[in-house]
Each structure stands twice: as structure tokens, then as C-alpha cells.
Design a protein around this ligand. Sequence first.
Ligand SMILES: Nc1ncnc2c1ncn2[C@@H]1O[C@H](COP(=O)(O)OP(=O)(O)OP(=O)(O)O)[C@@H](O)[C@H]1O
Length: 211
Amino acid sequence: MVTLAGVGKQYGRGRPVLADVDMTVRAGDVVSVVGGNGSGKSTLLRILAGITLPTTGTLTDVPYSVGYVPERFSANTRMAAHSYLCHMGRIRGLPTRRASERADELLERLKLEPGPEFSIRDLSKGNAQKVAVAQSLMTRPDLLILDEPWSGLDTSAHGTLSALITETAAAGAAVVFTDHRESVARMEVFQRYEIEGGRVRKSLRRRQGHR
Ligand SMILES: Nc1ncnc2c1ncn2[C@@H]1O[C@H](COP(=O)(O)OP(=O)(O)OP(=O)(O)O)[C@@H](O)[C@H]1O
């Protein structure tokens, strides 16, 4: 599906953050990207999501429908969580009623504790993260990209997120997430890439049954 060939990224005159990255992510793949702080994980994910342009190299076969959960979700709006999600769903082409049902379903599964009518601006970090996850799944994406999605989530939401990722991949999407090691164990990860010194290398393939 998505292929990165010779992708590099340099911000300004700094040292290159990524160099010569080759990577292919196929429909149904669940891919984790691990690496230390500042190694370039978010940069790689933003390139995959089409938010950041690479300095060198190419991306091909990027699907039309991309869901993206940023590392920090800061929607500074008074809008209620449910209204916000409906709005995002309608922007992506859902009829109003379907958008409302999908928002209900996702907020219920993720257990947004203050309730669906709570203003996004006043949500705690973890609850805002739940809204960020929900917005990425309002329409079923072909490529789902999640930047440290478990961080800030409570234990009950950990399992829900893993289930949502598994379901999304089973429906034919490719899923790529960054991770701090321990959460890899919660997922059935098909491919694992490590970033170090600007280089990305595949470090594991087809590891299964490690929930
Ligand atoms: N917009 C930007 N302008 C300049 N430098 C940037 C920018 N975004 C990221 N960087 C730099 O690129 C490097 C990689 O950052 P990135 O956020 O991709 O790393 P990361 O692996 O996601 O880090 P963390 O685990 O701490 O979230 C860092 O040195 C960072 O300071």
C-alpha cells in the first residue's frame, strides 16, 4: 500500500532526523515504530500521514482516507466531544445521523468519563486522547496512524484501543503506531521498525499472540 523510498528529513540546517528510509506498509498490517525520545518517530508518522513533507525521497500509494492521532491533541474548542466528533464525521462525508451514531459508539467504547456533552477544552489529557482516537475512526480509514496512542489512557481504555486497532486492521486498513516498548506486548504486531541515529530498520516480523 504505502511505500517510502529513500525518505529523509532535515529541519532547517540541523542534522538529518531521518535518512534513507525504505518502508512498505500493506493493507491489514499492524506496524509499530519504536525509538528513543527525539529519534524521529513522530516525524516519520507525520510524513506517512502527509502532514510533513520529506526533504528527500518519495511516498507512493498513499491512500485517500487517513486517520491520524497526534502525540498531543489540543483542540481548543468549547464544543462538546460528541458535537466535535459529529462535525469531523460530516466533514469526511458521513450523513448527520450516521456520524452521531458512530460518535456515540466510539465514546461509549472508550468510556469518555465526563460524558459526551463535556467541552473538549476542559477534558483531562487522557480523556482528550480518547476523543483524538475517536476522531481518527469516525470513518473507517485505509491507513490509521497513531502517535503514542496509549500514553495518558487509563487501563480500561488500553484494551479498547488495542481492540479498535485490531478491528481496523482486520477490516483491511494498515495501522502504524509509535510505542514505548511495553505496549507492544499488548498488541499482535506484524512488523516492528526501530529508529536509531536517523536510520530505520525492521526489527521483527510476524510476532503473534502477545496480548
Ligand atoms: N518542526 C520541527 N522543527 C525543527 N526540529 C524539529 C521539528 N519537529 C521535530 N524536530 C526535531 O526532530 C527530532 C525528532 O523529533 P520527533 O518529534 O520526530 O521525535 P520522537 O522520536 O517522536 O520524539 P519523542 O519520543 O520525544 O516524542 C528532534 O530532535 C526534534 O527536536
